[in-house]
Design a protein around this ligand. Structure first.
Ligand code: 13P
Length: 219
């Protein structure tokens, strides 16, 4: 194992621990993967994150062949299928955050309640129809709900966030949970007013230059 691969494996463990520390996941209900060579590195199934060592992270090739001392996450199918369908995605975070899961139990998507919805790629965050965990059907539903989006909810289940890097996927997971929490709050008062499709397009354009703090970048 190269030093870089050991670092990638450790980054997956750190992300798993962070999900629980941030309160966007509990127990071993989440899983994290990184694109790696001709396949992916993924957290193992049902193993408390505190017990994980880099050698416990599982490598799975594109054809599903596994190399590791533990079994891969039971959700390996959607991780693998997302990487195959989305070449720009290098990291996938799946968790059961309380507010995302609450909205998903109700079979609802998160609509354009706040301009930050745009960080997930469009004017809503879809909810993939329910299918049993670990199945090819769930994977197909998730890939479809993620079309033109970086995140989705999973009905009666949880949330998926993707990113060009693990940091970006983790950041998005936290933002999506914040949006779900805000939407849940709105629903206590009534059906919230929404931003228009046009305004979300404006925000997406503006966000393309957001975060360029150096004056030279903005020029
Ligand atoms: P793991 O198999 O990664 O432990 O996943 C459990 C789970 O809840 C999947 O949705």
């Amino acid at each position: 194992m190269t030093a870089t691969e050991t670092e990638q494996r450790q980054a997956i463990i750190d992300a798993c621990l962070k999900m629980n520390a941030l309160g966007i996941n509990q127990g071993t209900s989440g899983n994290v993967s990184l694109r790696h060579e001709d396949g992916m590195l993924i957290s193992p199934t049902s193993t408390p994150y505190e017990q994980l060592a880099p050698e416990d992270i599982v490598f799975m090739a594109w054809d599903g062949v596994v190399d590791g001392r533990l079994q891969p996450s039971s959700e390996w199918r959607f991780h693998l299928d997302i990487f195959k369908a989305r070449p720009e995605v290098n990291a996938v975070v799946h968790a059961h955050p309380n507010y995302c899961t609450t909205i998903a139990i109700m079979g609802k998507k998160i609509p354009a309640i706040h301009y930050m919805i745009a960080v997930a790629g469009g004017s809503d965050i879809r909810c993939a129809p329910y299918a049993t965990f670990g199945t090819a059907e769930l994977s197909a539903n998730a890939v479809q709900a993620l079309q033109d989006r970086k995140a989705c909810l999973l009905e009666h289940h949880g949330m998926i966030a993707t990113g060009a890097s693990l940091d970006k996927a983790m950041w998005l997971a936290v933002e999506v949970e914040a949006l779900a929490r805000q939407y849940h709050g709105c629903l206590q008062i009534g059906e919230p007013p929404l931003l228009s499709e046009e305004e979300i397009e404006n925000v997406i354009k503006r966000m393309a230059t957001y975060g360029h703090r150096d004056k030279a970048d903005a020029a």
